[in-house]
Design a protein around this ligand. Sequence first.
Ligand SMILES: [Zn+2]
Length: 292
Amino acid sequence: MASLESLRSIIDGVAAVDWRRAAGLDTLEFKHLTGYPGLIHSIFTRHGGYSSGPFSELNIGLSCGDDPQTIAQNRTLMLTALGFKTGVFIDQVHGDDILVLQQGMDYRKTVWCLEEKKMPQPVCADGVVSDIQELGIVIQTADCQAVILFDPVRQVVANVHVGWRGSVANILKKCILVMTDAFGCYPKDIIGGISPSLGPCCAEFIHYRKELPKTFWPYRCGKSDCFDFWQISRMQLVEMGIPSENVAAANICTKCHCNHFFSYRTNRVTGRFGTVVGLKKRCVKKRVPPRL
Ligand SMILES: [Zn+2]
């Protein structure tokens, strides 16, 4: 397993993320998403879990061939490190369905309470939007993006799985529309973070003329058939009205750093690492009535 020092030097080399050790696990945080009371988020690496072999160590993906009990242990480890007792894991299918979990809904069958040993059957979706506190929303990736969205005014969070098919379907647009229509968010308030994922150095699409729309072609890098999907996601968010300065990408390529992150393009049999976001109960000061 690669050294911690090499991970640290990668993190020190990028402006958007900081390093945080959460309950003994190595995690990354977006600098522009820290300091908000009530918001917890982290991007986990592949280090620190119970899995072995190609899934070593912190694999949280159920459908890649690893032992389900070990995966449950890893998922528990990850959520507990952030102080969550409940989490939501979705069955990501490269579609554009968004799961909405809203206060007042009966969402218990959809979420996993760590005290219950059995995990619920995951809902097929590629994004989750929620305003429920104490719920860790998890996206699992190995080269795809997890895009965290947060509205500090309305206290709404989202986590979206964006692979190239998700980019083509513009799942980010759909997610922002859910946030505005169902939760009353304004795009100008929303802050976004793009997780470590396949970078412009490695996102090669030799059949791009068939697979990618012409609107993506300006993001082709030089003479190669590689595309900058970090910029494509940024463009899709900005087109929806999110200020460009509110969006940050980790700018860490998972294929280049497959010793720290799972990478499907590097090893077809591999695990999935987690990106988690959720709201915490905030301490509300008691209002003291003014003296008359
Ligand atoms: Zn790369």
